[in-house]
Ligand binder design. Sequence first.
Ligand code: IPE
Ligand code: IPE
Ligand code: MG
Length: 249
Amino acid sequence: MSASDLLNSIDKSRLPQHVAVIMDGNGRWAKQHGKARVFGHTNGVNSVRQVSEAAAELGIKYLTLYAFSTENWNRPKFEVEALMLLLVDTINKEIATMMKNNISLKAIGNLDGLPSASRKALEKGIEETSNNTGLSMVLALNYSGREEITTMVKKIAIAVKEEKLQLSEINDDLISTSLYTHDIPDPELLIRTSGEHRVSNFLLWQMAYTEFYFTPVMWPDFGKEQFYLAINDYQNRERRFGKTSEQVK
Ligand code: IPE
Ligand code: IPE
Ligand code: MG
């Protein structure tokens, strides 16, 4: 099927509101091309542009992109530095495209733990695109699902200790609104590229009922067509939420 056929077969009335992506395989893609890993990261930026544009055009409201995990600090220093520089460079260059596509930039994660140049570029990007009303592009940076949950537990424990909160008030909703993603609905769809089948500490609470889509395509090769394929696949799923197939028909 061509890209336009794939696009036409998407039912615009049944789109996921929130798509989360684990952008994986940059290093292996570079290796396959006889290049250093960083070359894969640089090319991965094109996929970010393509996928965010596709999501914005379709009318999807939130796209969360896993860009740097807390575990990624354990990579060689050179690669970590290159990724942080790439972040600054990409945000500065992409603001114009985000304005054109009415995309607002947001971020989740332990942002205080980022190098100050990266944090500043991020804050500038968020500020400059804050009035855009289309897609929210959420970058997960220095992000860990477990750390997010731990931070939330501490926050709630303090409120209980200070008697600002009753134990009986702790429920799913309170927990959801105490996370980094407090103002973002749970993702209906998770895409992971590069043939890996794991969650890698991403959105652990939020993905309780998310549909998973795995593809062997490496992130730098993932473009609009690949994104339309994932949405088509999602639309062929039956989301039962514990019920029987007959009940949800
Ligand atoms: C994903 O690609 C990008 C980041 C984690 C920052 P990888 O760098 O993990 O690529 P592989 O998995 O080594 O191929
Ligand atoms: C997950 O990819 C993190 C990002 C995409 C930023 P990794 O490549 O770091 O995941 P693991 O460690 O192989 O599971
Ligand atoms: Mg990887």
